[in-house]
Structure formats: C-alpha cells, structure tokens
Design a protein around this ligand. Structure first.
Ligand code: HEC
Length: 193
C-alpha cells in the first residue's frame, strides 16, 4: 500500500512539473532563446519590424507588380528571411518555429535604361511581417493564426502595426499558398537550389 502511495505522489509531481513548464513556454518565453522571433514578438504576441534585418536577414526573393496601363511595375516587393530559415527549409521543406519573414513594399519608378524599360524600387511604403509559431501561445491575439503571426507596418512606424485581425487583413489573399504553409514559395528560387 505504502509503495503505491509513493508512486501516486510521484506521478502527481511529474504532472505538476509538466504543467508548470508548459505554461512558462506559452507566455514570457514563447520562443526558444536565440530565436529570431525574440526580437520581433513581445510577450502579448504583438509584432514589430526587426530592427537590424538589413544587416542580418537573407534574401528570399522579389516580386514586380505590373502597372495596369503603360509599361513597367507599380510596386516592387523584396522578401527577406531570418538567418537560418532558408537552410532549414532546404533540408525538410518547412520554415522552423520562430522564422521571421519580412516583405518590403516599394512603389516603383520606371525609366529607359541601357538594358531596356526598367522599374526600380523607389520609396518604401511599409512592411509585411510573418512570424512562424502556433497561435495558442497568444490566446486572444487576433494577429495570430494558421501557424503564423501576421502584421502590416506603415513606413512611418516599424514598431506598431496598423493590422487588427489576420483573418480580415491577410488570410484570404494567402489562401492560394495554403498548401505551402501560406507562403508563396514558388517565387523564391533560393529554396529550391
Ligand atoms: C491583396 C492580397 C494580399 C493581402 C491583403 C496580403 N497579402 Fe501577403 N502576399 C500576397 C501575395 C500575392 C504575395 C506574394 C506576391 C507579392 O508579393 O505580390 C504575398 C507575400 C507575402 C509575404 C512574403 C512571404 C510569402 O508569403 O511569399 C509576406 C511576409 C506577407 N505576404 C505577409 C502578409 C501579411 C502579414 C498580411 C496581412 C497584414 C498580408 N500579407 C496580406 C497577397 C496578399
């Protein structure tokens, strides 16, 4: 009888440790130490544009959005990924937990150059940011869902989003990329090389 009692206590103790550890991970330390998400996501799950991404992130690819009339592009989109995300994706076809993707949105200027009619990035309109992670870490934060945190930032304020709800602001437009974890991977040749 005594032995069974002690075993029972042991099981309760282990269960308690698991619950406590689980809670810590969900709140203050939502991401692993050293994860790129640490510099981008606060304790409540709100995002910001990573401060030094131009020095540390890796180029994923770019998009040119054609003007409706006339020649050239009206916007250029430049997409970057946090360090290590591209290598990891090339190994197993998934972006690891804590991956940060930044899409810079530029209005384009078009002119004749020695190569032809050329559009170039002109003024920065702002950034789209996605952070890979489960929404259950930030209950009640509508910027998280479908395995990512999602936000738009005007060029004037990289630390505060104007997005309110990813399901309204982002999701419908990303449905064509749902099978590839909501990311338009076919625009990024570096993932295939
Ligand atoms: C009008 C449709 C539309 C909306 C709204 C939209 N996206 Fe996108 N997004 C796209 C398309 C299409 C691409 C790839 C081609 C491009 O950039 O034009 C893309 C690319 C991205 C990328 C680069 C990685 C990838 O998926 O290829 C990020 C990051 C991104 N979007 C984040 C967001 C976030 C965050 C929101 C909401 C705040 C959002 N997007 C809203 C259509 C949209």
């Amino acid at each position: 009888m005594k032995a069974i009692g002690a075993m029972g206590l042991g099981v309760v103790a282990i269960a308690t440790i698991v619950v406590v550890a689980g809670r810590g991970w969900e709140t203050a330390e939502a991401f692993d130490h050293g994860s790129p998400a640490e510099a981008v996501v606060d304790a409540r799950g709100n995002l910001r544009v990573p401060e030094n991404y131009l020095a540390t992130y890796q180029a994923l690819g770019s998009w040119a959005i054609a003007t409706e009339n006339g020649k050239g592009s009206k916007e250029i989109h430049v997409v970057l990924a946090s360090t290590g995300a591209i290598d990891a994706y090339r190994k197993d076809g998934h972006f690891p937990d804590g991956t940060v993707l930044v899409k810079e949105v530029y209005s384009a200027a078009t002119s004749e150059m020695t190569t032809g009619t050329v559009s170039r990035a002109d003024s920065l309109k702002g950034w789209f940011v996605m952070v890979k992670g489960d929404a259950s870490r930030f209950p009640g934060n509508a910027l998280w869902g479908d395995g990512w945190g999602w936000s738009w930032f005007d060029a004037t304020n990289p630390s505060k989003t104007t997005s309110t709800d990813y399901a309204l602001d982002c999701k419908a437009c990303h449905v064509p990329a749902q099978a590839t974890e909501w990311v338009y991977v076919n625009g990024y040749p570096v993932l295939k090389r």
